[in-house]
Design a protein around this ligand. Structure first.
Ligand code: SF4
Length: 193
């Protein structure tokens, strides 16, 4: 953990120098300073969030053309392994992240919800592309007009299709939210209808 600007001497431990401003730091301060350089201090919550964001395994779940872009994030060019996310899981019970990549037909709505329900908490959802986010160009009776009518969504990635870079941007934003302590979408809101 970065300790820049959080050194104890910057946080009020200056009693000796307040009494005697010209005196340098005492032995205790010097030793604590030295110790701070060598160890990292954090909270359990931050440690857990750090671990979660570095092992967020996606569920293998592609629905349409966007799925091709999603698959390419495991390639050497985009290298999602940087985030510990290369193991796309075949079982929802081993997955933390559902990337809904493509249009969701009404026929697929029930299986999609079932797979989401089988994922253990905490779990997150990314709606990838215009179709998953809003129905896209398919404003018709066959397509669900946004996956957030079925499951709560954490991050929406725009585009048709979004480039893999855009999906990675969405993933990074999700990681930032988790590290900042933002609860998963299912804790913040239910599905729209
Ligand atoms: S957003 Fe575009 S690329 Fe993605 S599923 Fe819809 S039509 Fe296909």
């Amino acid at each position: 953990m970065a300790l820049e600007g959080k050194r104890l001497k910057n946080m009020g431990m200056k009693s000796e120098r307040l009494l005697w401003p010209t005196k340098g730091p005492g032995n205790f301060e010097t030793e604590v300073d030295d110790l701070e350089q060598k160890i990292g201090l954090t909270t359990l919550e931050k440690g857990v969030a750090w671990a979660q964001t570095n092992s967020m395994w996606p569920d293998t779940f592609g629905l349409a053309c966007c799925a091709i872009e999603m698959m390419s994030i495991v390639s050497a060019r985009y290298d999602i392994a940087r985030f510990g996310m290369e193991p796309f899981r075949g079982s929802p019970r081993q997955a933390d992240l559902m990337i809904v990549s493509g249009r969701v037909s009404h026929k697929m709505a029930a299986p999609l919800r079932q797979i989401y329900d089988q994922m253990l908490e905490p779990k997150w959802v990314i709606a990838m592309g215009a179709c998953a986010s809003s129905g896209g160009m398919f404003n018709n009776y066959a397509i669900v007009q946004s996956v957030d009518k079925i499951i709560p969504v954490d991050v929406y990635v725009p585009g048709c299709p979004p480039r893999p870079d855009q999906l990675i941007e969405g993933i990074v934003r999700l990681h930032e939210a988790v590290k900042a302590g933002v609860p998963p979408a299912y804790e913040l809101r239910s599905v729209a209808s």
